[in-house]
Design a protein around this ligand. Structure first.
Ligand code: PMT
Length: 402
């Protein structure tokens, strides 16, 4: 049964060419058992007739804040309270700006202010509008307030431009909604170990080698796994993040400490997820004192030795081997390199991310990932790491059961 079964979804449609796709979205949400009520802005009505949505949702379509007939049937406050989720698809730059400012000058924005339900936005606009600092700031404000941003996808646009700003496909939006409600029990009774963040490999008392991992992806996975019912141990490199609630956190600094903590925790776990960006190499020698510049020497070199491969060590176990998931951070040929890591490290699954992009991967709130196992690969729509984590946990829980 879908997690959308009997969920009440208030679908807001704002003005944009992608509004025609929302008709398909209504059908897909209803196919999964959701009840859907549609609110259209004046702009949206210029693109698609309300009658289309009335027929597909089997409910009247709401448009006007001050319509006495609509208010008598189901007033706007009642409608706001009715919703389990407010989903705006497409969400135009205009509606995002109004929501970021807390404006309530039409029915849709008023409902958003009056509703305590989670808010999800599927942005759709011209690529330059999406990239504009004003829109970026509005998106960030909404995200900081807890709104889910689903997409946008990149590609060719109705206006002829190419870039980010396409609304996610209805099937992907329905999947996101399904993942948001999720099967909260999918890891009940399971023990999960997750590594997160970078490692720091000391060179001398004041210097180290490291990378840009913030830990956000691993921490989001830990929170999602805990919410899915698992007992979670989070092994964290040096990061500036608060621990998710009810998660056991073990702080480590370098790769060998992370390996020791992982080996200990993995003895009792069902699933091991390696989201940490472990330094592949460390300085061959640790200087006891700060290394000094040498007069007349303009060049210097550092000898490095290989660090233990933590996830490969867990996957190579013959006893107490958990279902083992790695991540692959790649800057080119993402899927091919991830495939070869899956085989070489003998993992059950690998999550590939393209870390050459600035808007996802390292130290971003967003990511775009492809899940790969022996049965094939599946690229998930770009999303917040917190939303992706819920989807990944569901996928991992399913695969680990097979
Ligand atoms: O932390 P964020 O800022 O949120 O960024 C998230 C992320 C980009 C770091 C994350 O999504 C990610 O991709 N993590 C893996 C980064 C990495 O080190 O990838 P890799 O391709 O070098 O390693 C492949 C796998 O082997 C990874 O699961 C890694 O944890 C593991 N590994 C690598 C080296 C090593 N010595 N031991 C390991 O266990």
């Amino acid at each position: 049964m879908s997690s959308l079964s009997n969920k009440r979804i208030l679908l807001g449609i704002s003005g944009g060419i992608a509004a025609y796709k929302s008709a398909d979205l209504v059908r897909r949400l209803k196919d999964r058992g959701a009840e859907v009520r549609v609110v259209m802005t004046t702009g949206a009505r210029e693109f698609v007739q309300p009658l289309t949505f009335q027929a597909l949702s089997s409910n009247p379509v709401y448009s006007d804040l001050l319509d006495p007939a609509a208010e008598a049937a189901m007033g706007h406050i009642e409608l706001a309270k009715w919703a389990d989720l407010v989903l705006i698809a497409p969400a135009s730059a205009q509606v995002m700006a109004k929501l970021a400012c807390g404006m309530a000058d039409d029915l849709l924005t008023t409902l958003c202010l009056a509703s305590e339900a989670p808010l999800a936005l599927a942005p759709a606009m011209n690529q330059a509008m999406w990239r504009h600092p004003a829109t970026a700031a509005n998106a960030q404000t909404l995200h900081n307030r807890g709104a889910h941003l689903w997409g946008p996808a990149a590609g060719s646009q109705a206006c002829g431009d190419v870039g980010p700003g396409r609304m996610l496909e209805p099937a992907d939006l329905a999947l996101q909604a399904e993942a948001m409600f999720g099967n909260n029990d999918c890891l009940r009774g399971k023990s999960v170990v997750i590594t997160a963040g970078p490692t720091r490999e000391a060179l001398d008392p004041v210097r180290y080698l490291s990378n840009h991992s913030s830990g956000k992806m691993g921490f989001a996975l830990a929170e999602a796994a805990q919410r899915a019912g698992a007992q979670v141990t989070l092994i964290a490199g040096p990061v500036n993040l608060n621990s998710p609630a009810h998660v056991k956190r073990v702080d480590v600094v370098d790769a060998r400490e992370m390996r020791d903590a992982a080996e200990r925790a993995a003895d009792l776990c069902d699933i091991f997820i390696s989201a940490a960006a472990v330094a592949d190499f460390r300085p061959a020698a640790l200087a006891e004192q700060k290394i000094k510049k040498r007069e007349g020497h303009d060049e210097s070199s550092i000898a490095l030795v290989k660090n233990p491969d933590i996830v490969a060590g867990i996957a190579a176990r013959t006893k107490r081997r958990p279902f083992t998931v790695g991540f692959a951070a790649e800057t080119q040929q993402v899927e091919q390199y991830a495939q070869s890591k899956l085989k070489r490290k003998k993992l059950d699954m690998i999550v590939a991310n393209d870390v050459s992009r600035t808007e996802s991967g390292f130290n971003s709130d967003h990511n775009t990932v492809t899940v790969i196992d022996r049965s094939g690969s599946n690229t998930l729509p770009p999303a917040l790491k917190t939303d992706l984590a819920k989807q990944l946990i569901e996928i991992i829980a399913n695969k680990a059961q097979q």
